[in-house]
Unconditional design. Structure first.
Length: 238
């Protein structure tokens, strides 16, 4: 970190790792090339009792971003705020009030509301039934709903564009691909065009760097069995 970056500012920190939602924030910071520290807070783990974390996060939820004079939760909001705050480093969001900005925002909220939400239902009732209760009907409905919603991504990519808004990678791609990667991890079916798009963007250096940061061995071990997928034997798997 340069003197200019540290002058008058606290060190940037991401509290949380091991989940698809925390991964979004690590990926975004890697794309921007911003230096930061990681605090190893895992869900439903003794690390959640960290007093400093609890003082910052009244909801006791991860991820939590601390830096640039703010403290905020909600992975999608963090990603969108970072894109706005650091346009000078990389334009990951279209110009303000442009049609492209409108399309970007639409896709961002689509990812968070229509893709992330059913995946989270699968995690709660498929991966953590001992905590949130068994709900086979909810699990089945969430799987079907996610698959239907992914057809919108397939439609958008039908013309062969490399990214959702055309030639340029944006936060819309980042948020959508985190959901597609999550779905792939729990073995939900994806059509070839959507899978190819996700795999191609997963080769970005920042994505690979964030994978290493967000999924260290201890996090993988802790989160194993809590992702929402079920094997034929009924055991959970990552």
């Amino acid at each position: 970190m340069t003197d200019a970056e540290t002058s008058g500012k606290k060190t940037r920190r991401v509290w949380g790792l091991g989940t698809p939602r925390s991964f979004r924030v690590h990926w975004m910071l890697a794309e921007l090339g911003l230096p930061y520290e990681t605090r190893e807070i895992l869900p439903r783990h003794p690390s959640m009792n960290n007093s400093e974390f609890r003082a910052l996060s009244l909801r006791e939820k991860i991820p939590l971003y601390e830096g640039d004079g703010i403290v905020m939760g909600e992975s999608g909001a963090i990603v969108m705020w970072l894109a706005e705050a650091h346009l000078d480093r990389q334009a990951l969001i279209p110009p303000s009030a442009s049609p492209a900005r409108a399309a970007c925002f639409e896709l961002c909220f689509f990812a968070l509301n229509e893709l992330d939400s059913p995946l989270y239902t699968l995690r709660l009732h498929g991966g953590l039934p001992e905590v949130y209760g068994e709900a086979p009907a909810a699990v089945s409905a969430a799987q079907g709903y996610f698959i239907r919603m992914v057809s919108e991504i397939e439609r958008r990519l039908k013309d062969g564009r490399p990214h959702l808004l055309g030639d340029r990678f944006t936060i819309a791609d980042l948020l959508v691909v985190t959901c597609l990667n999550w779905a792939d991890r729990i073995q939900l079916p994806l059509v070839d065009s959507v899978r190819g798009y996700s795999e191609r963007l997963s080769e970005r250096p920042a994505f690979r760097s964030a994978i290493r940061t967000n999924y260290p061995p201890q996090a993988i071990k802790h989160m194993a069995g809590h992702t929402g997928a079920q094997s034929e034997s009924g055991r959970q798997r990552d």
